[in-house]
Write a protein of this length. Structure first.
Length: 355
């Protein structure tokens, strides 16, 4: 057979029917899902069963860089020594008869071991190891992103201003004798403000829940600042059930009060609005304070600022991580022209559910 014809036949023979290719992709997606969270033993066992079926192997074992193998099929006695060898060498495979142990490459470093038993081509086994390593790498990236998001939420929760708390409690104390009813109302507002900031349930709340905390904060701020603070809140009822990450709006409102109204001798106003625009929910927080240089606003969103700037950057990053890069914060400002911060989120997003 001429060489050219042989090459054409070999290429044709490698092509899977579309149904087989779809099945392989489905198995690959299921393996990636099994390995979310790493090589946890029960889920690693499911991934090993899928790999065994995919490779048509007698047995497949999966393990991390320590701990036992999760097996699908009959365990091979030679596997223990091979796994120890791979763990020591890091990047080199080991073979004993019909058993092959390969390192799982995770971002350039060994992240586990794949053992394949049976008449499986070495190239197929290596591809399975590379595929599994990529799934583990994605799992680690997702875990890192989730950990970073939780850390940013903890940072926002930790940014309750001691100065504001002191002023609020001092103001409440002043009302205890002169106006007990007002003092009780402010104590309830303070409790709602603290409860929302320190909530430990799911990562999301509704817009209605976020606004309850904002209203509590503004009531306390009005008690402290008196006539210096004027507030207007306008929220369309249809967006109140929209789910969004905790502490998305409160840092924006606190920023408007502390860096807008409080910096003007005669005080100023804060306006909060929310409405539906097609499939999106758009919320705006606006103050008529001193404003800022647009370059300073850009630096704040990039995380290059301090204090409130870091809070704005945290909110922006969390929104983009949850909804995608097309969402997040937009800051409209100029020196002497006040500040308007716009939040755009989808009214419905997969996986974003308020508990």
């Amino acid at each position: 057979m001429p060489a050219a014809r042989r090459r054409r036949w070999w290429r044709r023979s490698r092509r899977l029917p579309s149904s087989d290719a779809t099945a392989v992709l489905a198995v690959g997606a299921a393996i990636a899902e099994d390995l979310r969270g790493g090589l946890v033993h029960d889920r690693a066992g499911r991934a090993a069963r899928r790999l065994r079926s995919l490779l048509d192997a007698e047995a497949v074992g999966l393990a991390g860089m320590s701990g036992p193998l999760a097996w699908a099929g009959r365990p091979d006695e030679a596997a223990t020594g091979l796994v120890d060898q791979v763990r020591r060498d890091g990047h080199r495979a080991g073979r004993a008869g019909r058993t092959l142990a390969l390192p799982l490459p995770v971002r350039g470093e060994p992240g586990g071991v794949l053992v394949v038993v049976g008449a499986v081509p070495a190239a197929a086994a290596r591809q399975a190891a590379a595929w599994t390593g990529e799934a583990l790498a994605r799992s680690r990236l997702e875990s890192s992103a989730e950990a970073a998001e939780r850390a940013e939420l903890r940072a926002l929760r930790a940014e309750i201003s001691p100065h504001f708390v002191y002023n609020a409690l001092t103001t409440i104390a002043a009302f205890v004798r002169s106006d007990p009813d007002r003092a009780r109302e402010l104590i309830r507002d303070f409790a709602e403000y603290i409860r929302h900031n320190l909530a430990r349930r799911g990562e999301y709340t509704t817009l209605a829940g976020e606004f309850r905390a904002i209203e509590a904060y503004l009531e306390l701020a009005r008690a402290v600042l008196g006539e210096r603070l004027r507030v207007q809140v306008r929220i369309a009822p249809e967006v109140l059930p929209v789910a969004l990450p905790f502490l998305t709006l409160q840092p924006l409102v606190e920023n408007a009060v502390q860096h807008g109204v409080e910096r003007i001798e005669g005080g100023g106003s804060v306006q909060v609005s929310g409405e539906a625009q097609g499939t999106d929910c758009v919320i705006a927080v606006e103050d008529d304070g001193p404003g800022m240089d647009p370059e300073h606003a850009r630096a704040a969103l990039a995380g290059e600022g301090q204090g409130s700037g870091l809070a704005l950057a945290n909110v922006d990053r969390r929104l983009r991580a949850v909804y995608g890069p097309q969402y997040g914060l937009v800051i409209e400002t100029a020196e002497g022209a006040g500040t308007r911060i716009v939040v755009r989120v989808p009214r419905f997003a997969p996986g974003v559910v308020a508990l």
